[in-house]
Ligand binder design. Structure first.
Ligand SMILES: Cc1cc2nc3c(=O)[nH]c(=O)nc-3n(C[C@H](O)[C@H](O)[C@H](O)COP(=O)(O)OP(=O)(O)OC[C@H]3O[C@@H](n4cnc5c(N)ncnc54)[C@H](O)[C@@H]3O)c2cc1C
Length: 367
């Protein structure tokens, strides 16, 4: 989604540029198609830690940015004005229920009347807050936008899939006119500028980022919640928030967040969230899953929703790799020489929408 947003921003805002996308796998096979399709600001959950690390003023600015980001996603799709993209991607605005499982959170204490909790069909919860969000079928959204860009800019956009980049170097004066030589397994590409949209894999091309941006494997699941759970997928989504837990003895980490959307047509519930040992979570392999999380994710709905049978029926579980930064905020902007090993002239970034939120650590860099 970052690559798509950047390509779109460049093509629309800079008519003299041509854009070549070099993708190691198939188009949209990374986290962008494997996620929960929840278009949300994570601020409610992350705000306390933002205040702790960056102070209240910056925390508010970041929170407002994440809300604008959600709005921009809808604006971008609306501006494309393609009914097929809307239909296929099932993009929709929803009311998000933020379900709090314990009364005391680090900074938030919220207790709702029993009536309100009942109104939403919940049990075993301390309270509920209501907020705005969106939901989407992410693979269809991003491939739909790529298709739109290819159609609109056939002369200026080239997409090379299954073309892993192995290095980027400054071109030597006798090697050609392009400022950079990008080496790929299929040959070299010359470019005047390079933007890395490589998420969890950024440190592979930029080794000084190792340990600063690192992969975290997340699980997603599709579940059948049974016939008694009303299908409000067209108008509602859910986040279940509990205290973050770390058990040093077992090495288990619980992120304290489950996020849930529902497909309005099929009724499938999409539930994601992590509760697993660090060795499983710190992985860049999305052909495997986090085994503990893969079981626990089926206990979420029955625990908090009255009308869910004691067990939901698992339909599918899959994983995706997220890039996390050490301080939890996105990495964005010109790369310093200490990261690239090259001295670079800095130029401004064009306006770029990052798409959905929870873009935890993507490097978008202008060299
Ligand atoms: C299970 C799960 C659930 C999630 N749920 C949500 C959610 O509900 N809502 C939300 O907002 N966010 C969610 N996220 C987070 C969101 O999916 C990511 O933040 C977002 O997809 C990051 O997009 P990206 O384009 O930066 O990275 P990616 O989609 O990972 O794309 C990076 C691309 O770079 C390519 N690449 C890497 N190295 C190279 C190389 N050397 N050469 C060529 N290509 C390379 C990769 O192949 C990949 O296609 C979830 C993530 C996961 C894993």
């Amino acid at each position: 989604m970052t690559g798509c947003s950047v390509a779109k921003g460049l093509l629309e805002g800079h008519p003299h540029l041509t854009v070549t996308v070099l993708e190691a796998r198939g188009l949209t096979r990374g986290a962008s198609s494997r996620n929960g399709g929840h278009i949300v600001s994570p601020s409610f959950w992350e705000f306390p830690s933002l205040v702790e690390h960056f102070g209240p003023k910056a925390a508010v600015e970041i929170a407002e940015f994440t809300v604008r980001n959600c709005e921009k996603t809808f604006d971008a799709v609306e501006a494309i004005s393609d009914p097929e993209l809307n239909d296929q991607s099932e993009i929709r605005k929803v009311q998000k229920l933020i379900v709090l499982t314990t009364e005391r959170h680090d900074y938030v204490r919220l207790v709702e009347s029993e009536g309100a909790v009942k109104e939403f069909g919940l049990h075993n919860v301390a309270g509920v807050a209501v907020s705005k969000a969106g939901a989407v079928w992410p693979y269809r959204l991003w491939t739909g936008i790529w298709a739109y860009l290819q159609k609109k800019y056939p002369e200026r956009l080239t997409i090379e899939t299954y073309t892993p980049v192995t290095s980027v170097a400054t071109t030597k004066s006798d090697q050609g006119p392009a400022r950079y030589t990008i080496k790929t397994l299929l040959g070299d590409v010359g470019a005047a500028k390079v933007v890395y949209c490589t998420n969890a894999y950024s440190a592979h091309l930029l080794p000084p980022l190792r340990g600063k941006i690192f992969p975290i494997r997340g699980n997603m699941s599709a579940q059948d919640a049974g016939p008694d759970f009303p299908n409000l997928g067209a108008s509602r989504s859910w986040s279940v928030i509990s205290k973050r837990r770390k058990d040093l003895a077992s090495g288990t980490q619980n992120y304290g967040l489950y996020y849930i959307t529902r497909n309005p047509h099929t009724g499938h519930m999409f539930v994601g969230g992590e509760d697993d040992i660090l060795d499983n979570l710190l992985s860049s392999d999305d052909s495997r899953m986090n085994p503990m999380s893969a079981k626990k994710v089926f206990e979420v709905l029955p625990k908090f929703y009255q009308k869910t049978a004691s067990k939901t029926v698992p339909l599918k579980v899959w994983s995706g790799i997220m890039g996390f930064s050490k301080d939890g905020v996105p990495v964005l902007g010109p790369l310093p020489e200490m990261v690239t090993g090259r001295s670079e002239e800095k130029i401004g970034l064009p306006p770029v929408s990052m798409g959905m939120e929870q873009v935890t650590a993507t490097v978008v860099v202008w060299l």
